[in-house]
Design a protein around this ligand. Structure first.
Ligand SMILES: NC(=O)c1ccc[n+]([C@@H]2O[C@H](COP(=O)([O-])OP(=O)(O)OC[C@H]3O[C@@H](n4cnc5c(N)ncnc54)[C@H](O)[C@@H]3O)[C@@H](O)[C@H]2O)c1
Length: 377
């Protein structure tokens, strides 16, 4: 069992446990007298490890609520439904609310728990790669509001995040790719010699996926994906733990995003703009693809500012492409500029751009969108 801690000053405020299999979760729940579980309904139906988890919770007599997840349902109404369910089931101040699902589930359940009775304890079992390396770590909770993503929310730490890589065996390829993009983002922020071997593994997985499609249909290789991933899961696990450790370190140093934590937005300013434009035109683009494109733009910007060596952006582009994470950009820089200015992280006319100077070396650079357009267009 790998344990990674998140600290505030010298105090442990949250624990991340990386463990093969779901059994060890039982011991993690032992100290809590009353546990309430809220689970993504797709996970409950499709994920064998979650079935095992449900049986363990049934033996403990834990009441459960199923959530239908979507960005549309990531709303205050759903949070109130969760609070109503907790109330109906007699959850008290000593309750532990356990969220089992991807980032939508953990964000909403964390938010509901931080509101219910002025805040009860909560913990996560993240079931997507994105949630394991990012969303379920660091305490940001929230829902979409007023047409903006994650506009309402809190920063409050889960008691623990239990990462069991086996839950990923039922995760669809597109959802996996979103997490792969965030994982590589994490290693571009802080490398610790993980970036290159992680690209290598993800590229090999992508090649196996393409090979399965040859002579077959695309949906055939989609069906084969769980098998392809399962066989390489043990090689992926150390990278999941390493990425979780990087995020835990950043959050320990800057829990409330006063500075360093902004680095985690690498690729997201461009990425959010691309996602927002695509959504408006009813032509949605996957989060992972949008972030990957965003990282290439950020690398190009760093290069054009003379911060990164010539050829750096092309290297990042080729790496992401080899992992099947890159699509052609549907928008020019000018089109993205307006959407970037509207990003909620824009302050005083300037946007905090996260620029990679090299793998493992990123800086926050405040620029107006006009300056960005002039450098990239
Ligand atoms: N709090 C944070 O710091 C933070 C950071 C990044 C992203 N987020 C949020 O995370 C959300 C995205 O989360 P996500 O990408 O983890 O996924 P998700 O919760 O949107 O789930 C993606 C899809 O996969 C399904 N699914 C989840 N686990 C599965 C499994 N093991 N087997 C089969 N199907 C499964 C879900 O039902 C859903 O259909 C966004 O709303 C984003 O805003 C939060």
């Amino acid at each position: 069992m790998d344990q990674i801690n998140i600290y505030s000053a010298d105090e442990i405020i949250s624990r991340i446990i990386v463990e093969d299999g779901i059994e060890a979760l039982d011991a993690c729940l032992e100290p809590y007298a009353a546990v309430y579980v809220v689970m993504d309904s797709n996970v409950a139906m499709q994920c064998p490890a979650a079935y095992e988890l449900s049986q363990m919770l049934n033996r403990r007599g834990v009441p459960g609520m199923l959530l239908e997840v979507s960005e549309e349902a990531k709303s205050m109404e759903t949070v109130m439904d969760i609070c109503g369910w907790l109330l109906d089931n007699g959850a008290d101040r000593d309750a532990l609310v356990l969220a089992v699902g991807g980032g939508i589930t953990t964000d909403m359940v964390g938010f509901a728990a931080s509101l219910y009775k002025r805040g009860v304890r909560f913990a996560y079992v993240p079931t997507t790669l994105l949630a394991q390396v990012d969303a379920a770590i660091g305490g940001k909770t929230g829902v979409n509001f007023g047409g903006y993503k994650n506009m309402l929310g809190t920063i409050r730490q889960p008691e623990f995040t239990y990462i069991c890589p086996q839950v990923l065996e039922s995760l669809p390829m597109e959802a996996f790719q979103a997490g792969a993009s965030e994982m590589l983002k994490t290693f571009i922020i802080e490398d610790n010699d993980n970036y290159r071997p992680a690209v290598q593994l993800l590229a090999e997985l992508a090649s196996e996926f393409i090979a399965a499609a040859e002579g077959n249909t695309y949906s055939y290789s989609m069906e084969k994906w769980p098998e392809i991933l399962s066989e390489r899961l043990s090689e992926l696990t150390p990278f999941i733990a390493a990425a979780a450790k990087v995020k835990a370190g950043v959050v320990s140093r800057d829990q409330f995003e006063g500075g360093e934590r902004r680095k985690l937005n690498l690729g997201h300013t461009f990425g959010h703009a691309i996602e927002a434009l695509a959504h408006k035109q009813h032509n949605d683009i996957d989060h992972g693809h949008a972030v990957a494109l965003g990282m290439v733009y950020a690398a190009r910007l760093a290069e054009n500012l003379g911060m990164a060596e010539e050829g750096f952006a092309t290297m990042i582009e080729k790496d992401l492409d080899s992992c099947l994470l890159l699509v052609m950009s549907p928008y020019g820089v000018r089109e993205m500029a307006d959407a970037m200015g509207k990003d909620k992280k824009a302050e005083g006319g300037k946007v905090h751009f996260v620029l990679p100077r090299a793998v493992g070396d990123v800086v926050i650079h405040d620029m107006t969108v006009e300056e960005v357009v002039a450098l990239l267009a």
